[in-house]
Design a protein around this ligand. Structure first.
Ligand SMILES: NC(=O)c1ccc[n+]([C@@H]2O[C@H](COP(=O)([O-])OP(=O)(O)OC[C@H]3O[C@@H](n4cnc5c(N)ncnc54)[C@H](O)[C@@H]3O)[C@@H](O)[C@H]2O)c1
Length: 381
């Protein structure tokens, strides 16, 4: 049997996400029967030797230092943007104008107006568009969302999330784009955008936020050796109270300043009839308790999110083997391409812009020391 026709992808950026996305394209056809075979065909990056080495390691046959040349190629069907957020909107707009489908890493853009510009470009070109909110594609997170939608917790009343990392705790960590607000390196954008996506997806629209932020280490050494520092223009940590349009309350805390917390995120939903908890350190599980449970078994049960009835389970290993972070990238590609070319992609740039609006509201609230409504950012009546 011949494999389905190729869908050729140009990947812009060859860092951690360039690698993760290449992995996703490689494994997706092993997870599900797809109408096309995704092929990472060409990769771009600013450093010639760097992109050449990465392309060789990731099995990408061609590379270039010019992302515009990648976007212009007739033999590229999808442009996959894996560069810092400050570059996303321009590349997404150029890719859409060239008629390419666009997958863009999160956050969609540097700010809400840039996100809206990317959305408008994709819509007017009539191309597929999606944002890489990959954590949605972890089986337990997808199950959590399904259970909330199916009423397992009743009416959502409280939604809370934390994301703690120690990425910035060492003052010797050299400056890179993650310390640069102009490149979209804020902790709100980096970690917060994922959590806000999950909040909107599970609990609906957010109407207002009251946030605070702090930068604990104000300068970072320049990369490449002794001598010189550069001022940090991002938050090391932020937190916010959230008000949902439904009337539910929420909290969010994001930090890259938490010693010995590697990438610890948790999401908890408390509804009128139950509670669900996801803890990334145990990513194949959910904890669940219902008001309908036998009182003699008071507490929360541990659900193994690997049963064949659970999202993604039948694509993966037998129950008990579990999956990891990498699975989310294979699931992402399989989800996007399963209905190619008819089915629209999700989460799309509209969702990316909605997330961006909440991020911008958090930034404004922290800067101004007051509640900020999301409509102040979007201009919606
Ligand atoms: N979904 C996830 O789990 C996840 C995880 C990490 C990062 N991300 C997102 O992916 C994107 C890329 O992150 P990464 O961790 O791969 O970054 P990285 O630093 O590892 O790689 C960045 C890539 O972009 C290129 N680049 C282009 N313009 C640049 C500029 N002005 N400054 C710095 N690099 C530039 C670099 O050459 C490199 O190829 C970001 O939007 C980030 O928020 C997503």
């Amino acid at each position: 049997m011949r494999p389905p026709p190729e869908l050729r992808v140009g990947i812009v950026g060859y860092g951690m996400m360039g690698r993760a996305h290449c992995y996703g394209y490689r494994i997706a056809p092993m997870l599900r029967a797809l109408p096309v075979t995704p092929v990472a065909a060409v990769m771009s990056g600013r450093s010639g030797p760097g992109v050449a080495a990465a392309a060789a390691a990731y099995g990408v046959p061609e590379h270039t230092t010019d992302w515009r040349a990648l976007v212009a190629r007739d033999d590229v069907d999808v442009v996959d943007i894996c560069t810092p957020p400050g570059t996303h909107s321009e590349i997404a707009q150029a890719a859409a104008a060239a008629g390419k489908a666009v997958l863009c890493e999160k956050p969609l853009a540097l700010n809400y107006p840039e996100a809206v510009a990317a959305l408008a470009a994709a819509e007017s070109a009539g191309v597929h568009h999606a944002v890489g909110f990959n954590y949605r594609r972890l089986p337990a997170v997808a199950l959590m969302r399904r259970m909330v939608a199916d009423g397992a917790v009743g009416e959502v009343r409280l939604w809370r999330a934390t994301w703690l990392s120690d990425e910035f705790t060492d003052p010797r960590t050299p400056y890179d784009w993650r310390f640069d607000r102009a490149m979209g390196g804020t902790t709100i954008a980096d970690l917060g955008s994922h959590l806000i996506d999950m909040a909107l997806w599970m609990a609906g629209g957010i109407s207002g936020v009251c946030a605070q932020s702090a930068t604990f280490i104000a300068e970072r050494p320049l990369p490449g050796g002794p001598g010189g520092t550069r001022a940090v223009t991002v938050d090391d940590a932020s937190g916010a109270l959230l008000r949902f349009e439904s009337g539910a309350l929420g909290t969010i805390e994001v930090a890259r300043a938490a010693v010995r917390r590697p990438c610890d995120f948790t999401v908890e939903v408390n509804g009128s009839r139950g509670t669900l908890v996801f803890d990334y350190a145990r990513l194949n599980e959910l904890r669940y308790g219902s008001a309908d449970d036998d009182p003699g078994l008071y507490g929360m049960r541990r659900i193994r999110a690997e049963h064949p009835s659970h999202p993604y389970a039948t694509s993966w290993w037998p129950i008990g083997q579990g999956v990891g972070y990498g699975a989310s990238f294979g699931n992402q590609v399989a989800d996007l391409l399963a209905g190619w070319p008819e089915a629209p992609w999700a989460p799309d740039f509209g969702q990316g812009a909605a997330v961006q609006a909440v991020c911008d509201a958090m930034e404004a609230s922290a800067a101004q020391g007051r509640w900020v409504t999301v409509s102040e950012v979007t201009g919606a009546a």
